[in-house]
Ligand binder design. Structure first.
Ligand code: ADP
Length: 213
């Protein structure tokens, strides 16, 4: 993506304020020749910043440029997109956890200890694995099958969606618990939300469909 020159920024401003406006009129406002402006106008239309209509002139493209949209997307905070975490006590049975997974229509449950701190992650595959190997799912607590601290990959509310996306891909997990640290040494975290691959996809759609002001 091209970084706009000062002249191109000026053109954008003029079109934003006066559009639709002809090339000739823009040239007059900038006190340059129409020919001198042609390369800039070509760049601005090709990059999608401006639209041109024959006999009407140039007007500002309401939609953000792809690069600008991507930048907006990258800087979004986890705090603004996180979903509600679905939580079970770590003593909950695998059977009840499976029921919960269906009732809440999620792919991952978070297990907490008696103090409400994050203790484990229970994913679909963890539950399937347990279901294949065990007869008595009602007696088996999720604490036996969950991925537990300190192996849980977490994210903080102040991190960006970009950070979250990178972590999910790098660690091959579908979701991240959003946490606030209570005690680093003890590995105790308070669970405040969850970020999933769906969250990331939804944010992407929202931003791509958003219009600039
Ligand atoms: P699925 O089981 O549906 O494929 P995941 O890919 O998220 O879901 O889970 C794969 C494995 O990674 C499971 O054993 C799960 O417990 C573990 N896991 C899931 N999320 C995390 C996380 N944030 N941190 C650490 N381990 C995780």
């Amino acid at each position: 993506m091209i970084k706009l020159t000062k002249r191109q920024d000026e053109i954008l401003e003029i079109v934003k304020r006066n559009g639709p406006i002809t090339g000739k009129e823009i040239a007059e406002k900038l006190s340059v020749s129409r020919a001198a402006l042609r390369p800039d106008l070509a760049i601005l239309t090709m990059s999608g910043n401006l639209d041109a209509r024959p006999r009407v002139g140039y007007f500002f493209n309401e939609k953000l440029g792809v690069k600008q949209q991507a930048e907006r997307y990258i800087h979004q905070k986890v705090a603004d997109f996180k979903a509600h975490p679905i939580v079970v006590e770590k003593s909950t049975s695998v059977y009840d956890a499976i029921v919960q997974l269906f009732l809440e229509d999620v792919g991952t449950l978070y297990a907490v200890d008696s103090e409400g701190h994050l203790a484990g992650v229970v994913s679909r595959k963890d539950l399937l694995r347990a279901a294949i190997g065990n007869r008595n799912l009602q007696e088996l607590p999720v604490s036996v099958i969950m991925t537990r601290m300190p192996n849980i990959i977490t994210i903080e509310p102040e991190a960006t969606l970009f950070d979250a996306a990178k972590k999910m891909i790098n660690y091959h997990v579908d979701s991240l618990p959003v946490v606030k640290e209570v005690d680093e040494q003890e590995n105790t975290y308070l669970l405040v939300g969850r970020i999933t691959k769906t969250t990331i996809t939804r944010a992407y759609l929202e931003i791509m469909e958003e219009k600039s002001d």
